[in-house]
Write a protein that binds this ligand. Structure first.
Ligand SMILES: *Cc1c(COP(=O)(O)O)cnc(C)c1O
Length: 429
């Protein structure tokens, strides 16, 4: 496999782009080598600048749930393009996408569209503060909620991959109202409430994807919600990654919990920039123009992005691929576990719906500490062997792999062959 054109583009990209990437998670810092440049993609496959073809388990970090260039999404986008690109005024498409999203989330009467997951979360936090009149926020170590200042502490994959505790350039004042708790540890939440009486909300990834896939223990979210209600604090569920991934709607429903505020992104734009936050009427009425919490966006509810989102969610509902996801993920889990056993490599696989990943370590992963104790060097060897055998993975031990409804049995066979070679390579380290 040659990477000559990617290599040349990388060198050229370094001149005017930072690290030749526009998001650090795309850099190959922790796996070594240079990032691949992508030329095009179709269905479950992605093709790089050197015409190497891979089964894509990155899927743009989640959005491409139907696979690349789905016919119906492409048709909807082409149709929308004919009318205009952006107006600075409302369009019917925003109402249509809002109806689909609200119907899928029982706790959401109203929704506001924005242009990214980061924006959705920072607005959701502002809304929780506006509604409660309190300032402090609790987040969990290893959860990532976008790159807003207040939440760039103990923030999972991107930072963990680069071994950064937080980000430079974030003033102390910006994080002084951010408290950190441990995932799956309710006591670590209660501890903060004992010390502070001005906690507005707790924000959580219901199933984490940004320290790798970590599942909440039985009833963790239910107990958390119950506790927060007793304290008059809100639960913000960040479903930017999990929304529409494990069921049509959110992971919260599967976990038996209802958020006060839900944040969305990724899948709901079908590959175009869409984020959203929503809640019951009483909370959303705080948002301008109904209320006094200001939040705005020149390109919010962009008609092309709305068209892609509507087409994606409509097709997703029609396909109802969630049983298939469960089946495919469990097959891939078995492939990983059995191959690792064959070559005597220690791994543990976590999965939920269409998200999964192996951690190279012995013993379970239930929080950030355990995730961080994985062997990133082994992952790096595994990663490159998978690339050389035609499977594109996120270039980090701390990222979830994603499945698309376009994945075929033939693809899975190819993944199995690649895993065999990759585990063998790891066993020889
Ligand atoms: C990706 C992600 C974000 C940030 O979304 P962007 O569109 O990258 O700004 C926030 N929260 C979670 C859980 C995410 O996975």
């Amino acid at each position: 496999m040659k990477f000559e054109k990617s290599q040349k583009l990388y060198e050229k990209g370094l001149v005017h782009l930072v690290g030749a990437v526009n998001s650090p998670v795309r850099a190959f810092t922790s796996v070594g080598g240079n990032p691949l440049f992508i030329k095009k993609a179709k269905g479950s496959k992605i093709i790089d600048a050197d015409d190497n073809e891979y089964i894509d388990l990155v899927l743009s970090y989640g959005p491409m749930i139907l696979g690349h260039r789905h016919r119906k999404v492409q048709k909807a986008v082409k149709k929308a393009l004919k009318n205009g690109y952006s107006y600075g005024a409302s369009t019917e498409s925003e109402i249509d996408l809002a109806e689909i999203v609200c119907s899928a989330f029982p706790g959401m009467d109203k929704v506001r569209f924005v242009s990214s997951g980061t924006e959705a979360v920072l607005s959701g936090i502002r809304l929780a503060r506006a509604f409660t009149g309190k300032d402090k926020i609790i987040k969990f170590a290893g959860c990532y909620h976008g790159h807003q200042d207040a939440l760039l502490v103990a923030a999972g994959s991107g930072l963990a991959t680069l071994s950064l505790p937080g980000s430079k350039g974030v003033p102390e004042g910006a994080v002084k109202n951010t408290l950190i708790s441990e995932f799956n540890d309710l006591e670590s939440v209660k501890k903060h409430f004992k010390k502070h009486d001005d906690i507005a909300a707790v924000i959580i990834e219901p199933i984490t994807g940004n320290m790798g896939v970590v599942l909440p223990e039985d009833n963790f979210l239910v107990e958390l919600k119950k506790y927060l209600e007793s304290k008059g604090a809100l639960l913000i569920v960040d479903e930017v990654m999990t929304g529409f991934r494990s069921k049509f709607g959110g992971a919260q429903e599967l976990l038996g919990v209802q958020a006060d505020i839900t944040c969305l992104g990724k899948v709901i734009g079908g590959g175009f920039p869409v984020g959203a936050y929503g809640a019951r009427n009483e909370i959303m009425e705080q948002v301008a123009p109904l209320g006094e919490m200001y939040q705005a966006g020149t390109l919010s509810g962009n008609p092309i992005a709305m068209a892609a989102g509507i087409a994606t969610l409509t097709e997703l509902k029609r396909q109802d691929p969630y049983e298939q996801f469960e089946e495919h993920a469990s097959i891939i889990e078995v492939i990983l576990v059995e191959t690792a056993r064959k070559y005597k490599v220690n791994i543990v696989v976590n999965r939920f719906g269409s998200m999964l990943n192996p951690f190279f370590r012995k013993g379970e992963v239930t929080n950030f500490e355990e995730a961080k104790a994985s062997d990133a060097k082994k992952f790096a060897v595994f990663f490159w062997e998978m690339i050389h055998n035609g499977v594109f993975l996120p270039p980090s031990q701390f990222e979830a792999w994603f499945l698309t409804s376009a994945l075929t049995d033939k693809d899975i066979k190819k993944i199995a062959d690649a895993v065999d070679k990759a585990m063998l390579a790891v066993s020889k380290m």
